[in-house]
Write a protein that binds this ligand. Structure first.
Ligand code: GDP
Length: 436
């Protein structure tokens, strides 16, 4: 039985179990109370956490959700790509709301998103036409591509402006050739890009550190550390619905690489899953509801992206997909969020298998075309039609809601350690002891 909150001196890893937007922000905000360090390890400002706490409602894209606690050191690890302009805007916004971001640090190994990454993101999506991935157009994919292609500029380069300028000059030549000759778009000016980034360097340099050392020291001091995932398992470039995937791995395994620690140092892996499913952008989603029920979930849950404002595709809980996520990440437990959204339905459905080509499929297919053809096989359970937002103990939930959670636990092979029934911190049930 995983102990989730009453074990401060441990390393906990929080990852999304579906297609992102599972409510990780709330869970991390909650768990940060006992933590001394929160480390983001993947993605960029395409991630969008919404946190509602006594300071107000915040949409964080890069800054780890632990920032609201003055004793928590927040780190953007080497596995993150950083847009310095949007990071500074986020820091300024936090300051405006009385939140001090002085304890936020950036790994010197983290790659920077450059203006040409945003330009190329837009041009590449346009070229894909009807097959557009639905990226957030924030340059994340092109920045990760450059990292692997050894054509990146890292946060550490902000510390030496001579290196920054010469590296930029060399790379911009190549990028401008692609922008102008392949896409026929206007070239970017070296002076303009340099001046902009030189300004960012002045403000961000004091935050640039070898952050893996800070992490190692915190672990050695037996401080509680949270590793904060972005996006969700089913967007993983390897195990997600390729090519409708994100460009860095959101999986538990990548936390080690993107933060700089070993698998044996992680004590608990918590998967965050919504009590239903959502997806933003293109790609298969077997339980998508294109009917009034889907619309009702979207409206009731305000399912519009925190980063892009795009309406999210909504549907019933997909236990095949979340079981896959539980296995890929080795979840110790899940945090099941947004149970309250289902409060109004007379009955609720869980997808327990897929059907395609006359066959029943009980696993998440690697073939994206096959997944596109999959029809969900549903199990229908009684709804509870009672508000759950005031429940603070598992036993206080309506019986049908308890059955719903327990059925999900059984189907995905993993206990629910936390059940969330509202956006606010207190609207949370810590299931401890776990339901039998
Ligand atoms: P994240 O990227 O995984 O953090 O997810 P988002 O922030 O995009 O979406 C989660 C949304 O759900 C936010 O608006 C949260 O405030 C909200 N939220 C989180 N948990 C709950 C819950 O249990 N019930 C309700 N109604 N809202 C929740």
């Amino acid at each position: 039985m995983p102990v989730l909150i009453d074990e401060p001196a441990s390393v906990q890893l929080i990852v999304g179990a579906q297609w992102g937007d599972e409510g990780k922000g709330k869970i991390i905000d909650l768990l940060s109370e006992r933590a001394r360090m929160v480390v983001r390890f993947s993605g960029g400002d395409n991630a969008g956490h919404t946190v509602v706490n006594p300071h107000g409602e915040f949409k964080l894209h890069l800054v780890p959700s632990g920032i609201f606690y003055p004793d928590v050191t927040c780190i953007l690890g080497n596995g993150v790509v950083v847009n310095p302009g949007s990071l500074l805007a986020e820091i300024d916004d936090l300051h405006k709301h009385g939140v001090d971001a002085a304890r936020l640090f950036i790994s010197d190994r983290a790659h920077l998103i450059m203006p040409y990454h945003l330009v190329l993101d837009g041009l590449e999506e346009k070229r894909r036409g009807a097959k557009a991935i639905g990226t957030t157009l924030k340059g994340i994919g092109p920045a990760f591509t450059d990292k692997v292609a050894r054509q990146g500029i890292r946060a550490g380069d902000l510390l030496n402006k001579t290196t920054l300028r010469s590296r930029l000059a060399e790379l911009l030549d190549l990028k401008n050739a692609i922008i102008t000759r392949v896409y026929g778009a206007p070239a970017l000016s070296l002076d303009q890009v340099y001046d902009e980034y030189s300004g960012y360097a002045d403000r961000l340099a004091p935050r640039v550190r070898q952050t893996e050392i800070m992490l190692h020291d915190a672990i050695a001091r037996k401080e509680a550390v949270l590793l904060e995932g972005a996006q969700g398992t089913l967007l993983d470039p390897d195990f997600g619905t390729y090519p409708y995937t994100t460009s860095s791995s959101p999986l538990a395994g990548n936390a080690c690489i993107g933060a700089g620690l070993g698998p044996g140092q992680i004590d608990h892996v918590i998967g965050v899953a919504k009590a239903y499913s959502t997806r933003v952008g293109g790609g298969p989603m077997p339980t998508e509801l294109k009917d009034a029920t889907g619309e009702l979930i979207r409206e009731r849950a305000h399912e519009f992206g925190a980063t892009t404002g795009r309406p999210r595709r909504c549907g019933w809980f997909d236990a095949v997909a979340v079981r896959f996520a539980a296995r890929l990440n080795g979840f110790s437990s899940i945090a099941l969020t947004r149970l309250d959204i289902l409060d109004i339905f007379p009955s609720v459905k869980i997808c327990v298998a897929y059907r395609a080509g006359g066959k029943t499929i009980d696993h998440f297919p690697s073939d994206t075309d096959l997944l596109e053809r999959c029809e969900p096989v549903y199990e229908e359970l009684h709804g509870w039609q009672t508000p759950t937002e005031r429940s603070r103990q598992f036993g206080a939930l309506p019986a049908a809601a308890q059955k719903y959670v327990e059925r999900i636990e059984k189907l995905i092979g993993c206990p629910a350690g936390i059940v969330s029934v509202g956006a606010r911190r207190e609207e949370t049930i810590v299931v401890n002891p776990l339901p039998a």
